[in-house]
Design a protein around this ligand. Structure first.
Ligand code: DQA
Length: 143
């Protein structure tokens, strides 16, 4: 089974971006780990990252057309994008939301809202990079 791991804005700088919050694993390393974890679960994982909301919306629309399961870390878009809300609402395959930190435990109020959560099978948050492995496991169990 094919699965897309889709990462939103600023996650391309993983490993260098606020490592005290997001850790030291780079996005390339994360992509490799997701591929390996997916392989162990019998999944064919493709990991992508974009800083452009329209590109993310195109990917989600394509996932809906193809019924590809999605593991989504929409980063800051999670908290305010209604276009993202609509794109997630129309997905036809399973959706698992993932965050490296736990936005609901962070001090900024804006992080306490998620426009992905209402459409997700599950949310994995605050587990660091391992959260992606857990999200892939949830996807593999869902089908
Ligand atoms: C994040 C949490 C978001 O609040 C933040 O905007 C991010 C990363 C996470 O993975 O912990 O960019 O999604």
């Amino acid at each position: 089974m094919r699965v897309w791991v889709l990462n939103g804005p600023n996650l391309g700088r993983l490993g260098r971006r606020q490592p005290e919050i997001y850790g030291t694993t780079t996005h390339d390393e994360l992509a490799e780990l997701c591929g390996r974890w997916g392989h162990e679960l019998g999944l064919e994982v493709e990991t992508r990252q974009t800083n452009h909301e329209g590109e993310m919306l195109d990917w989600l629309n394509e996932a809906a057309d193809l019924s590809v399961p999605v593991v989504l870390n929409a980063a800051a878009w999670t908290h305010y994008s209604l276009a993202l809300y609509d794109a997630c609402a129309q997905l036809t395959g399973p959706l698992v939301e993932v965050h490296i930190s736990d936005p609901k435990q962070r001090p900024e109020e804006f992080r306490h809202t998620s426009h992905v959560e209402p459409h997700a099978l599950a949310t994995v948050a605050g587990q660091g990079i391992d959260g992606y492995r857990q999200a892939l496991e949830i996807v593999s169990r869902s089908s």
